[in-house]
Design a protein around this ligand. Structure first.
Ligand code: NAD
Ligand code: UGA
Length: 445
């Protein structure tokens, strides 16, 4: 099939690479000339393991092409995936302006055949209907706005709409896109349903076939539930700190119950990233728009924010204040295996430390450049050893596995004080204490 993917981001690029690998002819479009220029040379606009190689392979085989031209991308497309951003508005609602703008551009460039338009961006319930209206309006106005019954129904029949939300996490985007747990297909016509089932042939995972509105809500429900698991274990971690219990063992035992499962029970400084914070706020706003007071979700959002503050208080306590202290920070990305710092808890903590007069030197294996854009005053360096030179404390703020394997004994001799506040529970407390460190983590005695 001829597929066009709109939005060359964390979702659009793996989506395009996977459909090309499945044997489809894929065109990846973005309005950002720089991104498309870089992709043409086989370079990704961000770090994502294995993705550059997969894109390069599909570009050179000719199965994948990239463009900034809507005309070229839409005229021959049988299926168009909208994968543009839906960032948060100050109110917490999702900003749908990129989705609507993409919808208008699609409608302005329809070819002669019927096209299936699929939203993959995370969008509130009812968005597909708004997209339908935008496309219908553009189609009508391009016909002079006064189409007679016959040509009107022909114009409106030019497209189908569906929702196929994406569940990939950053850091393992390609692996997850190639091996999804499930593929959700939200469609209101048999034609759309059949095309999407056929299109995904070759991928493993269960198929959940449902209507468009349900598919739209499934995506928010999943992210909100995962965020709630993290919120819950962080609350248990706080209780562990009050009672002397150990959250790691609590999480292990909870996770062994098949009804609970072990994933997303790692206590720490709270979730960050471009999705959980924005999607929890957007779902709370969807709920309140329907006069539903989603109390649990409001608590998740609030406690997640407090989790960062709680960790900062711990750091201040152990250091006797942070003003004038030199703090080596390990990790700036919102999680490991990515260079993404959007809503990174690490970066927020660093900003607070700097505001409170600490002298911060930070190291992250991949996120240094993005962190400098977000926080230009931040001092960064290119190794963990440089960050910890003469440091009063080593703060671990991202769960990069390489931090676990650092030569900690050697690093200790570089530090002014051997203090490690570990916000990601990455290191072994007894080992670190046996090595002579003052070590504090989250919810572990
Ligand atoms: P992103 O910011 O990485 O990429 C979006 C791209 O869309 C940008 O390159 C931008 O230039 C482009 N764009 C914006 N308007 C456009 C237009 N009118 N026409 C063409 N291109 C346009 O975003 P992302 O992280 O890939 O997220 C995209 C959507 O997928 C969001 O709704 C997000 O919530 C959802 N999602 C993201 C992830 C993730 O891991 N990042 C996972 C699942 C779902
Ligand atoms: C998340 C979901 O996992 C994806 O399924 C979803 O597609 C994506 O959001 C999205 O909609 O964009 P992502 O944000 O990339 O993926 O990364 P996660 O691995 O979910 O981590 C999110 C945050 O939670 C990170 O800050 C991470 O450090 C934190 N986390 C995760 C914890 O604090 N504890 C855990 O046990 C797990």
């Amino acid at each position: 099939m001829h597929i066009t993917v709109i939005g060359a981001g964390y979702v659009g690029i793996p989506t395009a690479a996977v459909f090309a690998k499945l044997g489809h002819t894929v065109c990846l479009l973005d309005v950002d000339e720089k991104k498309i220029g870089a992709l043409r040379q086989g370079k990704l606009p961000f770090f994502e393991p294995g993705l550059a190689e997969a894109v390069g392979e599909q570009l050179s085989s000719g199965a994948l092409s990239v463009t900034t031209e809507y005309n070229a991308a839409i005229a021959h497309a049988e299926v168009v995936f909208i994968c543009v951003g839906t960032p948060p508005l100050p109110t917490g609602e999702a900003d749908l302006s990129y989705v609507f703008s993409a919808a208008r551009s699609i409608a302005e460039n329809f070819g002669p055949h019927r096209t299936l338009i699929v939203t993959k961006s995370t969008v509130p319930v009812g968005t597909a209907e708004k997209v339908r209206k935008i496309i219908s309006d553009v189609t009508l106005s391009s016909k002079g706005g006064s189409a007679s019954g016959g040509s009107l129904s022909r114009d409106l029949a030019q497209f189908d709409l569906a929702s196929c939300p994406e569940f990939l996490p950053e850091g393992s985007a390609l692996a997850d896109a190639l091996n999804p747990d499930r593929i959700v297909i939200g469609a209101d016509t048999d034609r759309a349903r059949e095309i999407l089932l056929k299109l995904h042939e070759g991928l493993p995972g269960a198929r959940v076939v449902t209507d468009v509105r349900t598919a739209e809500l499934i995506k928010y429900a999943c992210n909100a539930f995962l965020a709630t698991k993290i919120f819950f274990i962080n609350e248990i971690a706080s209780l562990c700190e009050q009672t002397g219990a150990n959250v790691a063992d609590v999480a292990t035992a909870m996770g062994m119950d098949k009804r609970i499962g072990p994933a997303f029970l790692r206590a720490g400084i709270g979730y960050g990233g471009s999705c959980f914070p924005k999607d929890t706020r957007a779902l709370a706003s969807i709920a309140s728009g329907h006069n539903h007071d989603f109390q649990l979700l409001k608590a998740v959002i609030e406690v997640n924010q407090q989790q960062r503050a709680r960790f900062l208080e711990k750091v201040k306590l152990i250091l006797g204040g942070v003003s004038g202290k030199r703090i080596g920070v390990l990790g700036l990305a919102f999680k490991n295996n990515t260079d993404d710092v959007r809503e990174s808890a690490a970066l927020e903590i660093v900003a607070y430390l700097m505001k409170d007069g600490a002298s911060v030197v930070a190291y992250d294996p991949k996120a240094e450049a993005n962190a400098k854009i977000a926080l230009p005053a931040l001092v960064t360096c290119s190794t963990a050893a440089e960050a910890l030179q003469h440091a009063d404390a080593a703060l671990i703020l991202t769960e990069w596995t390489e931090f676990r394997d650092l030569p900690w004994q050697q690093l200790k001799s570089l530090m002014r004080q051997p203090i490690i506040p570990d916000g990601k529970n990455l290191l072994d407390p007894s080992q670190m204490r046996a090595s002579g460190f003052t070590y504090v983590s989250v919810g572990r005695p």
